[in-house]
Design a binder for this molecule. Sequence first.
Ligand code: GRF
Length: 208
Amino acid sequence: MKNIVILISGRGSNMQSIVNANIPNANVAAVLSNNPNAAGLAWAAERGIATAALNHKEFASREDFDRAMMQLIDQYAPDLVVLAGFMRILTPVFCRHYENRCINIHPSLLPSFTGLNTHQRAIDEGCRIAGCTIHFVTEVLDNGAIIAQGVVPILDGDTADDVAARVLKVEHQLFPQAVADFVSGSLKIEGKRVMKQNLSDATAQLLA
Ligand code: GRF
């Protein structure tokens, strides 16, 4: 059984999709947040999952917060740390500690549109497609080896909310598959390429 710790900052719908997938050999040991009011914490607690929050505003520096979060996370002996809408930029000390065992979901087709407001920026650039990327976390923001990507169209007249809703559906399909692939040992990082034994559908997904 592999222990998974999921970090969230808000509603936690991606976290819910992972929990609800009942992934074989995966134990969601805890759901943690930097936001004590994150709605997803209550959802997880109702299901008997350990939850806790560390308010980042109460720490003097980014690294102080990261070190405290690492201590909290490590109480659950994680094999995998999943950043599921965790809206914090992480310091190198955190990224190195969880190297090759921490994954993130980002709402764009990386390497395009790192950072925030990804869907509006894609609309503003006239992109025909948008999507999401699940990747290993490295010290460079939104830059680690890519595990899976999902693609949706951007339609005429779409608002950022329209695109976000379309992409979110794909996130909920891809993320549990990517976690399952990690847990089953199917992912091997070779440079920036994640090689997959026993391919699942999580490699890439195109939704018309
Ligand atoms: C997702 O779209 C994720 O890609 C982005 O923030 C959103 C989080 O949603 N980083 P939720 O908290 O998982 O519902």
